[in-house]
Design a protein around this ligand. Structure first.
Ligand SMILES: Cc1cc2nc3c(=O)[nH]c(=O)nc-3n(C[C@H](O)[C@H](O)[C@H](O)COP(=O)(O)O)c2cc1C
Length: 354
């Protein structure tokens, strides 16, 4: 069965059931993963690592670290697993995911449903050098934890020896109060605490583990300026721009557009790329940027790179285009670069940042 047909069949099921079937099929090896495509034009050096492709799988698809190996096998240059919280939690009441098929979008209000840190830990090899590729761990807090650092610091300590990089997710719209961590009064002490813990752990072990922060595309210009200023000052390695949006563009057509939750997919492309461009301008090359939101074609990847991203991630387009997508994007990108005579994708980085 082709990857695209498998994804089309999935649309006969409610979104969350389709997701469970896909994870089970990937785990059991029943699902034929397409042969990855590699090209030196796409290899990307970032944060001290060499990414075979700049296109990664965004957090939320593999929340429990069950299929990172298989997703790398589909042609992703890196995979971000999680968001993982210290304790398992069930998340919000279903239904909590909607496919807005007319808009190639998804709205979710899952609320960090995940099996918790022990389960994820057990699925990762003892050390990061044994990972099958670049695997980032995205960490978050349990819904009922009052002081966020009480969850983020233990998660950082636990997964630092096991992950290629760590992402602190402070931008999910479905955990009450989480996005407040982006405000100056929390953000400065939060990033400082995480970064200094990371620094002392890596110094002890003599390894490098980049620390990224994932932000919302809904931050105001003023908030973004504060976030970038503090991230640079606190020597955070990079920002992921960004999570789902609470906004609802006028172009949305599907009846479920009014559902509460975070919107992702095609309608998020313009907004998230604009925030990325502003982030790039403010950070002046001092942060590694990962562009996420609405990527579904090679043109979208190029737009994110031109807006200042070193790497990109996607999730929602997989729902519509199936697991052959990363390989297709890698091939399309490579053909386009060859056609226009660009030796390496990174030559385009930041071209649109004035
Ligand atoms: C169903 C679903 C679950 C998600 N769960 C998470 C999550 O657990 N942690 C996180 O950082 N982002 C999560 N995201 C956000 C994605 O990682 C990504 O930032 C966002 O969807 C925009 O990218 P896209 O338009 O390519 O989907 C989730 C997105 C979707 C659609």
């Amino acid at each position: 069965m082709s990857a695209r047909l498998f994804s089309k069949l999935g649309h006969f099921l409610p979104p969350e059931s389709a997701h469970h079937v896909a994870i089970r099929a990937l785990k059991s090896g029943l699902f034929p993963t397409p042969a990855p495509f590699h090209s030196p034009r796409l290899q990307t050096e970032a944060m001290g690592m060499r990414f075979p492709s700049p296109i990664g799988l965004s957090a939320g698809f593999d929340k429990n670290g069950e299929v990172y190996r298989e997703m790398l096998g589909c042609g992703f240059g890196f995979v971000e697993i999680g968001t993982v919280t210290p304790r398992p939690q069930t998340g919000n009441e279903p239904p909590r995911i909607w496919r807005l098929s007319d808009d190639e979008a998804v709205i979710n209000r899952l609320g960090f449903n995940n099996e918790g840190a022990d389960a994820m830990d057990a699925r990762l090899p003892q050390g990061r050098t044994q990972l099958p590729g670049i695997v980032g761990v995205n960490i978050g807090k349990n819904k009922d934890t009052e002081h966020a650092l009480e969850d983020y610091l233990p998660l950082l300590r636990r997964f630092l020896p096991k992950a290629s990089y760590l992402t602190a997710n402070i931008s999910s719209p479905n955990t009450p109060g989480l996005r407040d961590l982006q405000k100056r009064e929390f953000f400065e002490s939060f990033t400082r605490a995480l970064r200094s813990e990371r620094d002392s752990m890596v110094a002890m072990r003599g390894i490098q583990v980049p620390l990224l922060i994932k932000i919302a595309p809904d931050v105001s210009d003023e908030e973004l300026e504060t976030i970038v200023g503090i991230a640079v000052q606190e020597r955070i390695d990079g920002l992921i721009v960004g999570n789902t949006t609470l906004s609802r563009p006028d172009t949305l057509r599907h009846a479920d557009r009014t559902q509460q939750g975070g919107l992702s997919g095609a309608p998020l492309m313009a907004l998230s790329t604009e925030v990325l461009r502003k982030t790039s301008k403010l950070s002046q090359g001092k942060l590694t940027l990962i562009g996420v939101g609405g990527v579904r074609s090679a043109e979208d990847v190029i737009a994110k790179i031109r807006a200042g991203a070193s790497l990109v991630q996607l999730y929602t387009a997989l729902v519509y285009q199936g697991f052959g997508l990363p390989t297709r994007l890698n091939r399309d990108l490579d053909h386009w670069l060859e056609k226009v005579g660009v030796k390496h994708l990174s030559e385009l980085r930041g071209m649109d940042v004035r």
